[in-house]
Design a protein around this ligand. Sequence first.
Ligand SMILES: C[S@@+](CC[C@H](N)C(=O)[O-])C[C@H]1O[C@@H](n2cnc3c(N)ncnc32)[C@H](O)[C@@H]1O
Length: 258
Amino acid sequence: MNDLYADWAWIYDTYYPDRTGEVCFWAGQAERYGRRVLDLMCGTAEVSLELARRGYRVLGVDLSPAMLAVAGQRLAAAADYPARGLSLVQGEACTLPVTGAAFDFVLVGGNGSFSHLDDDLALASLREIWRLLRPGGGLGLELMNPHLLKEVYPRRTFGPLRPTPPGVMVEKSVANRYDPRAGLFHIEQVTRYEIDGQRGETAESFALRVWQPDEIQALLAGAGFGESRLYGGYDLQPFDRWSSDLLVLAERLPEPLP
Ligand SMILES: C[S@@+](CC[C@H](N)C(=O)[O-])C[C@H]1O[C@@H](n2cnc3c(N)ncnc32)[C@H](O)[C@@H]1O
């Protein structure tokens, strides 16, 4: 398995702003359905842990050993955290290593996680989610707003949004290209870092699937979910071309898969 996050998992969190609003949003959604939550493509499990701290019983699943290693460190360092609330498992979204579990709510958060999946994997993964959700259980997907991709994300270099560990400096350069016909957002990124005076560099090149609102709604319907609702961000404002995100919420239908 090629782990796309292998070289930069250790600084992944520093490039995210404070995630309190996001955690409150997902906690509010989960609250409507029940306490058993699957955080699919959980990455470093920052959101998973905060949900566990709020009393949810969370399973975090991710493909990347590097991201899960950071998640494990986070868990080990969380002295206040009741260990039974969060479990982490390595797994592929379309063949989840989970049997006999039922979840009340599944989230695929982190702007772009679901977009790592191509069309076939995306459908297969939604069917896996359907298998693991109880009838009537909820699903939330956070996707990129395709309208914004045409206008923002130029080639640029930027520093982390959060403090880095002592003695560590990092800087990321990205060059992005949106291909609306193919529905793909191509990303080339280089991360340069210095740890205690020693310089290093990582480079990744990958494409994310950009879902149009009607495409993702059709995909969800084909995977056994009821009518999906589109929002533009965590405050649940209506989705429009200027929205920061495309948030999609839906419920699992009770019927067997179409
Ligand atoms: C942008 S990160 C988001 C992580 C996390 N959800 C967050 O909000 O920080 C995307 C994650 O998706 C995971 N991922 C990519 N493809 C996957 C797959 N096929 N199955 C499971 N996880 C996958 C990556 O390993 C990575 O940790």
